[in-house]
Each structure stands twice: as C-alpha cells, then as structure tokens.
Design a protein around this ligand. Structure first.
Ligand SMILES: [Zn+2]
Length: 79
C-alpha cells in the first residue's frame, strides 16, 4: 500500500512514521511514557528500551529471547 505521505502528523519536522518513531521516538509518545513514569533512553536499541520498561515497571513481560530479532525487525519497519 502506498500512501501520499509517511510523515508523522504529530511532529512538525516531517519525521518518518516508523513503528520506532510512533512507539518511542515521537514527542507525543514520550509524553505518554513520561505520564506513566517511564523513561526511554533513545540512544539504546529498541529491545533494550522495552527491557528497561520491564525493569521500570517491575513486571514480568513475556519476552522470549527468540523474539528479539523479529521484534527489532517489526520496530524498524515503516507502517
Ligand atoms: Zn511524531
């Protein structure tokens, strides 16, 4: 499917609307994480950030090591 634009409508600087952007990088997403007291270090890779959420939440997420690569690929794909 081709769309006329792949820019995030929530950002003023035409950031590409990747899953990584929408979930972690977008200022709107960051505001959401901050509002529930989660910090995302965007210099880390996505899997590390999600693991840090697990640590910050102190809950057990069912993230199998075998899922790491598919999760990274999923996060890096454009919608
Ligand atoms: Zn954005």
């Amino acid at each position: 499917m081709n769309l006329p634009s792949y820019s995030c409508v929530l950002c003023p600087h035409n950031n590409e609307e990747t899953l990584f952007h929408l979930l972690l990088e977008c200022p709107f997403a960051q505001e959401c994480w901050i509002n529930i007291s989660l910090f995302a270090n965007l210099s880390d890779e996505p899997y590390t950030i999600l693991n840090s959420f697990k640590t910050q939440l102190q809950v057990i997420l069912r993230v199998n090591e075998d899922w790491k690569q598919p999760m990274l690929e999923w996060l890096e794909h454009t919608l």
